[in-house]
Design a protein around this ligand. Structure first.
Ligand code: ADP
Ligand code: MG
Length: 734
């Protein structure tokens, strides 16, 4: 049995007692978790059941402890991995850090994580946290997931589209591996179960006969969920066993507003101060819908702080959301300075996927940003919608982890009664072209016949197939096309972005498109504080292009690069970082987003570590490249020609028209726009540089639905380009 002792953990003189006491504390904390009492039983259940469902209250220790139990029980012998998937990258990163610390090893060694564009694993990693999307991509190169002995699908109740597709895929992988294990040992003994256990220990080194696939131990699958809907998972997996882990939950008093709130952002700010002034010590967790809202509340709190009586200004805010760089996310987990109250401003990330200690109060406006898809129009939009009752309950539960707590719902009790019981799975409300492309690349051609846990509508599938065909990823027989479809499936991006990159190599503007796609893949790189809107607008004008937002974004990115290059080339990393921060502040650019975009593009936060480790990984280099490297490496690897169009941005805009033709819109006499593919009426978002100019014909990046249908990231094009560059779609129309 592998020892829990740690060889990587070096302690220097003088810190031993400190570290020892910290480790002691962690050990005690681990032992006191509800799951610790059932460790033996859980390990037994995993041994006896190829598929197991574990349901337990958030905070009971499922995510951090179970993988460690499995490691200890020997599920990683033969160099196999326990993989744990999370719907969100932030959860994968923070949990891996915590588990590495608990096991006393360096992150990236025995315990690691792997998320899009960021990898912290090595050849000796045995417990690997990752996003569900990343495991789907791994399956492209290793269809039987041969490196894993156990896969834990965590947070399955969230039912993200990736989780749903992954479950279908894992069902197939399990079947394939059971068959291969049966074939390998079935002749010797007829008792299947003991044989499968034996197969687990069999050395797989013998040369394969022609046509025979490598023998693998069966894949164990564990599905973990916070809410109590084990039944549907169990039914899907042929009556798989479900076990419940008793959680610990203190009572939480729930308060509603008497009247509906018109501005929940403002109401959240008022509630934060009310709690701070009237309630006992304890941290506050506020649920908001996204980065912009979080920054807006941060600003409001900062502005109001000086108005509080002296002695009451001891409050700190910390943001946490998916696209926040991980070093910054970790701040939410650190205790507030002595005597301060911490206010965590979070997206629904904090609902179940991460457990932040110290929360006593929850502020819940009752809304969430969600994807919505209309298969008739083919339009996917982001909109802010009410949460479900199940979500509201999860949120209030966060206040009762360590003691009794309070939850302030910023809506009326009547409104609560009207909420839906549970959230509709994402697969029923999103554009499916991304997952269909991946399934096709995995050799699953019959999408309508695929065994989904919950089938998306036929119309949604057909619409997405059609879209992939129009983008050139599928042939007329709806097979993956070569090379375009294959190349698109390899890129870890939305199909439309992948198409833009591939085309841009022909339009001689791949450099520019790489920047545009990187920036579009992160949240807004502009930062407009409520109180400095005019100043911010003036600052943005310095970068803005009359041609539209895409070129404006590229201008910002390039200006920052130029500024950094103009400084001392030999200056230290810290100095560069500091300079960039200052530059961003002066130019009203969101430093966090810009840095993230740079990571996606080419500088990847752990890219250096990756280069250092590649020797140790000889066999799985391909895997690294397809799953983890920055997009610039991807396109190089694919052999695309990286060239710049220099000042000739006409080429770039033509390339945008050729790839985003499904998102083209024409101006109407009243100044609004008609989206050509869907005939939807839309308006340019006020943050666009083209908001006032209103050109005749445009392409846009996304549709956001608030009280209006707003389109964001808009660029001016010539309508004639559409018939010229996308004749298969526009030649028939006028
Ligand atoms: P579950 O998956 O059942 O919701 P977790 O395994 O995520 O539970 O968390 C179990 C406990 O571990 C939490 O209640 C918390 O006390 C502790 N914990 C988890 N992550 C961290 C962290 N990053 N920092 C400090 N404590 C943590
Ligand atoms: Mg968990």
């Amino acid at each position: 049995m592998p020892s829990m002792a740690n060889s990587h953990y070096k302690q220097t003189n003088g810190t031993i007692s400190n570290n020892d006491s910290r480790r002691q504390k962690i050990l005690e904390q681990r032992k006191s978790l509800p799951i610790a009492a059932v460790e033996k039983r859980l390990v037994e259940e995993v041994r006896n059941n190829h598929t197991l469902i574990i349901v337990g209250e958030t905070g009971s220790g499922k995510t951090t402890q179970l993988p460690q139990y499995l490691f200890k029980a020997g599920f990683c012998h033969d160099g196999k991995l326990v993989g744990v998937t999370q719907p969100r990258r932030v959860a994968a990163v923070t949990v891996a850090k915590r588990v590495a610390e608990e096991s006393g090893v360096q992150l990236g060694q025995r315990v690691g994580y792997s998320v899009r564009f960021d990898d912290m694993t090595c050849g000796s990693t045995r417990i690997k946290y990752m996003t569900d999307g990343l495991l789907l991509r791994e399956a492209l190169l290793d269809p039987r997931l041969s490196r894993y002995s156990v896969i834990v699908v965590d947070e399955a109740h969230e039912r993200t589209v990736h989780t749903d597709v992954l479950l279908g895929l894992l069902k197939n992988v399990q079947k394939a591996r059971s068959q291969s294990a049966n074939e390998s040992v079935g002749r010797a003994n007829s008792n299947n179960d003991t044989n499968l256990e034996k197969a687990n220990g069999v050395q797989m080194a013998s040369p394969l006969k022609q046509g025979q696939v490598a023998k693998l131990p069966p894949l164990r699958l564990i599905i973990m969920s916070a809410s109590l809907d084990a039944r549907i998972f169990s039914e899907y997996f042929g009556g798989a066993k479900a076990v419940h882990v008793q959680g610990r939950q203190f009572p939480v008093d729930v308060f509603y507003t008497l009247h509906a709130e018109t501005d929940y952002v403002e109401a959240a700010m008022v509630t934060i101060f009310q709690i701070h002034l009237e309630e006992a010590p304890g941290d506050i967790l506020v649920f908001l819908t996204g980065q912009e809202e979080i920054e807006s509340v941060e600003g409001l709190v900062r502005d109001k702080l000086p108005q509080l009586p002296e002695g009451n200004r001891n409050i700190v805010t910390v943001p946490i959301y998916a696209s926040l760089p991980s070093e910054q996310q970790m701040k939410a987990f650190m205790p507030a300075p002595d005597g301060f109250r911490k206010v965590i401003l979070a997206t629904n990330i904090a609902e179940t996927s991460v457990t932040i200690p110290g929360i006593k109060y929850v502020v819940d406006p009752g809304v969430v940003k969600a994807r919505n898809y209309n298969p008739r129009t083919g339009i996917e939009s982001l909109s802010i919608i009410p949460t479900s009752k199940a979500q509201a309950l999860q949120r209030s539960g966060r206040a009762g982890r360590e003691g009794p707590g309070k939850c302030f719902r910023l809506y009326t009790e009547r409104e609560f009664e009207k909420l839906a019981d549970s959230t509709v799975p994402e697969i029923k409300r999103c554009n499916l072209s991304n997952v269909i492309l991946q399934l096709k690349a995995l050799g699953i051609d019959d999408i309508i016949g695929f065994d989904f846990m919950e089938k998306p509508s036929r119309m949604a599938i057909v619409k997405s197939l059609e879209e992939l065909f129009l983008l050139g990823a599928l042939t007329e027989e709806y097979k993956l096309s070569d090379p375009i479809g294959n190349q698109m499936a390899k890129l870890p991006l939305d199909p439309i972005y992948s198409k833009a990159l591939i085309l841009s190599s022909q339009f001689n503007c791949l450099e520019e498109m790489l920047i545009a796609v990187s920036v579009l893949s992160v949240e807004s790189i502009f930062f407009t504080p409520r109180e400095k809107q005019e100043e911010a607008r003036t600052a943005i004008k310095r970068f803005s292009s009359p041609e539209g937002d895409h070129i404006t974004l590229i201008n910002v990115y390039k200006s920052c690069d130029e500024f950094l290059e103009s400084g001392n080339a030999n200056s230290s990393k810290e100095k560069t970082f500091k300079n960039m921060k200052k530059w961003c502040k002066e130019n009203f650019v969101n430093g966090r987003s810009l840095r993230h975009a740079r990571d996606v593009h080419r500088y990847g936060s752990s890219l250096k570590a990756y280069c250092e480790r590649t020797d140790a990984l000889s066999g799985s280099n391909n895997l690294k490249i397809i799953c983890l490297s920055q997009i610039r490496d991807h396109v190089k690897q694919m052999g695309l020609r990286i060239a710049s169009c220099g000042e000739d941005m006409l080429l770039f805009r033509r390339c945008l028209a050729a790839s985003f033709f499904l998102n083209a819109a024409l101006k109407q006499p009243d100044g609004t726009y008609r989206a050509l593919a869907s005939s939807q009426m839309v308006q340019i978002h006020p943050t666009s540089v083209l908001f006032r100019a209103k050109p005749d014909c445009i392409i846009f990046n996304e549709l956001v639905r608030t009280n209006q249908n707003y389109i964001r990231d808009v660029t001016r094009i010539d309508p004639m380009w559409l018939t010229e560059l996308a004749p298969h779609f526009y030649a028939r129309q006028d």
